[in-house]
Design a protein around this ligand. Sequence first.
Ligand code: ATP
Ligand code: MG
Length: 452
Amino acid sequence: MDKTRILLVEDDVSLGAMLGMELKRRGHAVEIAKSGADAVAKLGAGEYDAVITDLTLGDLDGLEVLKFAKTRHPRIEVLVMTGHGSIDTAVAAMRAGAFDYLTKPVEPAELNLVLDKALEHSRLVHEVERLREEVKDKYSFDGIVFSGPPMRKVLDLVQKVASTEATVLILGESGTGKELIARALHEKSARRNGAFVAINCGALPEGLLESELFGHVRGAFTGADRNKRGLFEEASGGTLFLDEISETTPGLQVKLLRALQEGEIRRVGDNHPFKVSGRLLAATNKDLAKLVAEGKFREDLYYRLKVFPIELPALRERPEDILPLAEHFLRKAKKKLGGTAAKFSPEAAAALRRYRWPGNVRELEHVIERVLIMASGASVAAADLPPEMQAPAAGAGKSGFKDTLDDAEKRHILQALEDCGGNQVEAAKRLGVARNTLWRKLKAYGIPAVKK
Ligand SMILES: Nc1ncnc2c1ncn2[C@@H]1O[C@H](COP(=O)(O)OP(=O)(O)OP(=O)(O)O)[C@@H](O)[C@H]1O
Ligand SMILES: [Mg+2]
């Protein structure tokens, strides 16, 4: 470990030398300042972990040294040494941020004891800061960032179901993180060493999708010039993730059902079924129950898939996740793109929280990347955000349900105030809220307090 750097400020040369020796003997790196001015110069130029200063120095008050040290190095620990009978100055020193004081004549043993305590304190403060930094990423489960209870619940489910063989149906609006959850389910399962194979069922026409999933034999169709393994086989021992499962045709749904029920598939153009052992996960942003009711999705497959549903809440339903996610994406984008901004201004943070995020987490990720490029300061300002996120006043009432609610509440409050002739106590009673609550809301809505 590095030596602790200590600045000893003592105008009594022999005392300074004696204490300095003692500190060095204890393994610290010590510098001695023989006057207040000397101490200030040294503090201005160097880095120290602790300062031990006499309070009565020839030129400068030890308190000044203490204050300078604290301004220059906020985390420095300062011990003061006082003569007998100057308890008042010792108290003043404590108030100014000294860790402790020693009365002269200073016993080396006592000095060591108090210094160790101060250094331990400083170490703890550092540790707390380090942990705080870590906490920023604490709400992270294999790269899944969250803060509030809704995602906590989802991840508890993920944890529980991952180790089972259950088929999981992941539901949620576009961009809520369905694929991320599918990968987490794979990573947390006993199949983590097998392959994770994902396919978007909406991206291929039926025939191609079928041969992609189940494979085909040579000559099965024009262009099938050799045998080909399908994704079910690729995912044997691993996980097969069928994204946008709602986009499959009824014909394919029958085959999927059989694969699920029998654990068997047939390559296209082949009559011999064979066993596969991949675990199946499926996802959709559609309302499958509705598609079943409309006859667009097979009911039997639906029930087979939804044995274990995991529903991802939309981002607007977990507003407490917005900022941790935004900060996560900002750090990520900064690594990739550079840029100056390392945080969000309070106004920008409020605007991010207020927005409805129809494209959910994916939209947030893209917005943050764009914003980082726009922002020129040390923090992202509200003005750096896309226009649709700015000033609630501009689009109030149109930009979302919450705004409409806020509008209604504001109108309601104004009406009550008017009915009570501006009397806030009366208005609060009428609204059935505490006066403080009304007062806070008036402030929030910028309603001036006209009359008492
Ligand atoms: N909680 C989260 N923490 C960190 N990143 C997230 C989180 N949720 C989503 N993302 C990121 O947001 C993006 C969109 O997530 P993903 O592709 O999993 O969404 P999806 O629900 O599958 O979307 P779609 O329905 O459009 O396919 C990805 O880059 C993903 O890494
Ligand atoms: Mg997806």
